[in-house]
Design a binder for this molecule. Sequence first.
Ligand SMILES: Cc1cc2nc3c(=O)[nH]c(=O)nc-3n(C[C@H](O)[C@H](O)[C@H](O)COP(=O)(O)OP(=O)(O)OC[C@H]3O[C@@H](n4cnc5c(N)ncnc54)[C@H](O)[C@@H]3O)c2cc1C
Length: 417
Amino acid sequence: MNPGSTPAGRPDVLVVGGGIGGLSAALALGRQGLRVRVLERAKEFGEVGAGLQIAPNCTRILAEYGLLEEARALGVVPQNMVMRDALDSRELTRLDLRDLERRYGFPYMVIHRSDLHGIFLRACARAGVELLTDHTVSGYDNTAEGALIRLADGSAQEAPLVIAADGLHSVARRRLVGDAVVSSGYVAYRAAVPIEQVRDNGIAEKDVTVYIGPRCHFVQYALRGGDMFNQVAVFESPKARAGRADWGTPDELDAAFEATCDTVRKGIPLMWRDRWWQMLDRDPVATWVHGRIALLGDAAHPPLQYMAQGAIMAIEDGWVLARHYARQAGAACAESGPDWQAALTAYEAVRTEHCRRVQTTARAWGELWHLDGERRLRRNAIMRARDTYDYSFTDWVYGPTALTPAEEPPMFTPIPL
Ligand SMILES: Cc1cc2nc3c(=O)[nH]c(=O)nc-3n(C[C@H](O)[C@H](O)[C@H](O)COP(=O)(O)OP(=O)(O)OC[C@H]3O[C@@H](n4cnc5c(N)ncnc54)[C@H](O)[C@@H]3O)c2cc1C
């Protein structure tokens, strides 16, 4: 029997979507003693794709949840993040990730996305979060006491708070904001292969390496304790530029990397060719909270992935919302209960601006990485001049997650090309 059909089983929070955003928010709120129910449309909980980079602003939160050691055991802590030119393979700049860990207090890690998802799924189960699959949500409405979701099977469920963490193509976003996704014309191919398959390809097993080149880039790092190797190949699709619907196909992958250096070209034949990810985002919006319905994760702020912060922002969202709920719960009187509206207002006040910064920086990063000709050479010179231990480009994002706009650190000053 569905517990939502009985008043006794009514949850405090309904979370739509069981991706990393939905599960991590469910865990954060479940840890506050709230009854949380997750509704996922897929038949099983899971994640498609390969590796994820998780920076200190995420591992700090994992540590607070008691999940960092599990993540460390399943993932890899690389030694450096090295950026190279994809054409001549020369080093442009690097982050010393051991020093970075000393600066921010928490590691920069890489992990298989299904491992991180599994960590949250198990933690949710331990925290008593109700986890339901095969539940597709098709509609949302605010009510006198909270919000209501309609399911594809015709039933409805209500709670004081509904979190819509239903991803880039969010039904809630369509209903509440009504904007369209923005196509960058770029596409990503992924692959995670046994490390033995790439050992002779000139790879750096202990580093995250990012090769940046004209209209393309290529990312490599080891996963699962070093047993697997993750690769991401991203390029601008000529078919997308020509306005064709079938863009990003494997023939375009091969052509896009023809002029790149040996190590990159050796990696291309290993990419999965049966699926690819068109790189879409949305323009930032300042309103994520509509009555008692709150957008979270990619539903609220889908980025281009160049800052490697999409899943991290989703995890931060849940952490911030739970912190503000806890503040309200601490101040609440017995009759009225915690002030959800105040918690939601505080959540929106700080998260929309932070995520706007990440989304717009990710777009700018993409342009910088993909430059050609004279501007590529000028960019390379500027990057080579950067001191490895200059953290002015990372302090605004890898430091502690802000709980209020006043805590949000200033952004870096862009260097004009
Ligand atoms: C190539 C690539 C590389 C990336 N690398 C990184 C990285 O290194 N680091 C990083 O932090 N981020 C990275 N990201 C971004 C990251 O993957 C996403 O930002 C993150 O997974 C978003 O999580 P989410 O839970 O908000 O959305 P999703 O993962 O999309 O989850 C949404 C969930 O909602 C469910 N759902 C959808 N509609 C409904 C419905 N109507 N009813 C019920 N359930 C529904 C879906 O089935 C899904 O399970 C990368 C992205 C790409 C494409």
